[in-house]
Ligand binder design. Structure first.
Ligand SMILES: [Zn+2]
Ligand SMILES: [Zn+2]
Length: 627
């Protein structure tokens, strides 16, 4: 019998194919009921997302910097974790499949350096969490390229780069030894309606680890492979992941070359990042840049037309480039989906996995408390300035009373929320864990001149209310006739060494401090200073490198459902075995007791007979005991 499968628009896994066969009335009724149930299932799976869908749709994450666990209850407007984002995308994808949309999911680099999930160049706990995300294209940020350990871990056989395969894109990063691309230079995203040629660029980074080379964008766009990619296979639009700001001049370099090779009608959507802002910019009539925040505060969504639509609508095509910024908040994502429930099974599992890793690493350990919120972007005169908190509270607590820190204003990365300070809150303030260096006994007049020199240059635009360098002394600073031990981090040390040598050649080279880093200075401060009135109970410390014990790091593995089932069965068997043994034991005890009672009765009977033989009949005396 010839069987003809009927295509279905529903979820593939839920719908059995229907076949053209001869059926009796009962079978027809059963089929009708089944079809009705399937229709209900399809209807229940259709969501109506409140998003500006177009020909090509992209969900965007950028500069998450390991905030995959979200910001929790302390910052409830950003409470979504990667599990929630995964649920959100899975529901969008389901909707897109049913409604014929092409919806892609991309991440634009800088996934490390932000929380305690990955410190000291060790991304081994973070990467398994990232690998649960169904990204279609991944870019590399500058933060992944500072440390050789991170690059080595990513590129090892069977590692992160191999895991993502052709989705891991690096259009201008090569291995220095081989000059071969670190990832795939480009890929085609093939959807139902459109094929999208996709690249991934990093800005012209210079201070990366030497094991990789970041080629200048200006030269890469002139290379043959780039032109061949643009002129080769057919495609309907171009997507460029670019780890650089939404208005970075390098975007124009890329766009100019694209226009030169392809003409003015190809839609080009840039996904930008690195400046940690929400941004949107129209580059020309059919090109836009879209930047979706930082630290998992934003889930970006943008859409754009394909080439055929552009040709059909002419100059109106520019209005078909759309975008929206969604707060990474569970309720916002739920409302956007248009259904009461956001969570999917995969999303829920990932949230559980993230929470478990964080717990086992000890990141939830309460190490201190602050009574108010402190912000990185406030001026030094503001009461809620994190830098003023460092200057007025952290540095004065240092053992070396002559210590004087001179640090760049970018050293502290995140705000300190009010309330109990978890280990991870302290690490988020200072995640780089950089080595500190010190110059002993520097005259205060030299320090004043050094501070003026460092702050005399161009004022850096980020954190505009703060000077470029901030001075914080363990004891009140006396500007004349005193001496201090000046310390800074490894990042600033070369620059300060240069200026200090000019001002005071006797200073000599800086000496490395072995017992304190830019992270432990905060962690240790909170461990010894509880700044709230009430002492809360502390959670069990984990085995994070910044934890109180430096034992071996626990091996954290993903929860295995089969293993869990086995544990459940084992627990049930063990329980019933205990019950069985207990009942056997009770029966045995009962038998033994009966035998003992019978034995005692016999003894009593024998004794009674003996007694009555001597004394006459026995009289029972009631002592008031109730039996
Ligand atoms: Zn970043
Ligand atoms: Zn960056």
């Amino acid at each position: 019998m010839k069987r003809t499968p009927t295509p279905s628009a529903s979820r593939v896994t839920m719908v059995e194919p229907c076949y053209s066969v001869t059926m009796n009335p009962t079978q027809i009724l059963q089929a009708a009921i089944l079809s009705f149930i399937l229709l209900l299932d399809i209807a229940s799976s259709i969501v109506s997302p409140n998003l500006p869908f177009g020909d090509v749709n992209v969900v965007v994450l950028t500069d998450v910097h390991s905030w995959v666990g979200g910001h929790g209850t302390k910052e409830p407007q950003q409470d979504a974790d990667y599990g929630d984002i995964l649920s959100f995308f899975e529901r969008l994808k389901e909707y897109s499949l049913i409604n014929g949309h092409d919806t892609w999911f991309v991440v634009n680099g800088d996934w490390i350096d932000g929380t305690g999930l990955a410190t000291n160049g060790d991304p081994s706990k973070l990467i398994p969490l990232l690998e649960k995300m169904p990204w279609d294209a991944l870019n590399v940020g500058n933060h992944e390229l500072y440390k050789k350990e991170v690059i080595t871990y990513m590129t090892q056989p069977g590692g992160y780069v191999e895991w993502w395969g052709d989705r891991f894109l690096t259009s201008n990063i090569v291995h220095t030894n081989s000059m071969q691309p670190m990832g795939n230079p480009y890929r085609m995203l093939r959807g139902r309606n459109s094929t999208v040629l996709t690249f991934a660029f990093l800005y012209n980074m210079k201070d990366n680890d030497q094991s990789v080379t970041v080629k200048e964008v200006e030269s890469v766009v002139k290379e043959a492979w780039f032109k061949e990619a643009l002129r080769g296979e057919e495609y309907d639009a171009i997507l460029v992941l670019a780890h650089m700001g939404a208005q970075d001049p390098l975007l124009a370099v890329i766009l100019d070359e694209i226009r030169m090779q392809t003409g003015s009608s190809v839609p080009v959507q840039f996904i930008t990042g690195h400046t940690h802002k929400r941004g949107y910019f129209k580059n020309d009539n059919v090109s836009a840049s879209f930047e979706a925040g930082r630290f998992l505060d934003t889930v970006g969504f943008c859409s754009f037309p394909n080439r055929a639509t552009v040709q059909a609508v002419g100059s109106n095509a520019t209005n078909l480039f759309k975008h929206t910024f969604l707060d990474a908040n569970v309720q916002v994502l739920t409302d956007t989906i248009g259904e009461p429930k956001l969570e999917t099974e995969n999303g829920s599992d990932l949230s559980t996995f993230i929470a478990r890793v964080r717990e086992e690493m000890g990141l939830e350990e309460n190490i201190g408390c602050v009574e108010q919120f402190y912000y990185t972007n406030r001026s030094l005169d503001d009461e809620d300035s994190l830098w003023a908190f460092f200057r007025d509270r952290v540095m004065p607590s240092q053992e070396n009373r002559n210590g004087l820190a001179l640090l760049g204003k970018g050293s502290w990365r995140y705000d300190l929320p009010a309330g109990v300070v978890r280990l991870d809150d302290a690490i988020a303030v200072s995640p780089f864990n950089e080595t500190l260096y010190e110059w002993k006994r520097i005259p205060s007049e030299i320090i004043v001149a050094l501070n003026e020199t460092l702050n005399g240059g161009e004022h850096l635009p980020y954190l505009p209310l703060l000077p470029n360098y901030i001075m914080a002394s363990a004891r009140p600073f006396v500007a004349v006739g005193d001496f201090y031990d000046v310390l800074t981090d490894v990042f600033e040390m070369p620059r300060i060494q240069e200026h200090l040598t000019d001002l005071f050649p006797e200073a000599g080279p800086a000496v490395r401090l072995n017992d304190t880093t830019t992270s432990t200075i905060w962690v240790n401060f909170f461990r010894h200073n509880w700044l709230c009135r009430k002492k809360e109970s502390t959670k069990k410390p984990g085995l994070h490198p910044f934890g109180p014990s430096n034992g071996t790091t626990p091996r954290i593995t993903e929860r295995d459902p089969q293993l869990d089932q086995f544990r459940l069965v084992f627990a049930c068997v063990a329980f019933f075995a205990v019950v069985l043994l207990a009942s056997v034991n009770v029966r045995q005890r009962g038998t033994l007791y009966s035998a003992t009672v019978r034995q005692r009765e016999q003894h009593t009977f024998d004794a009674l007979q003996e007694y009555e033989g001597d004394e006459g009949p026995f009289q029972l005396v009631n002592y008031g005991i109730v039996y």
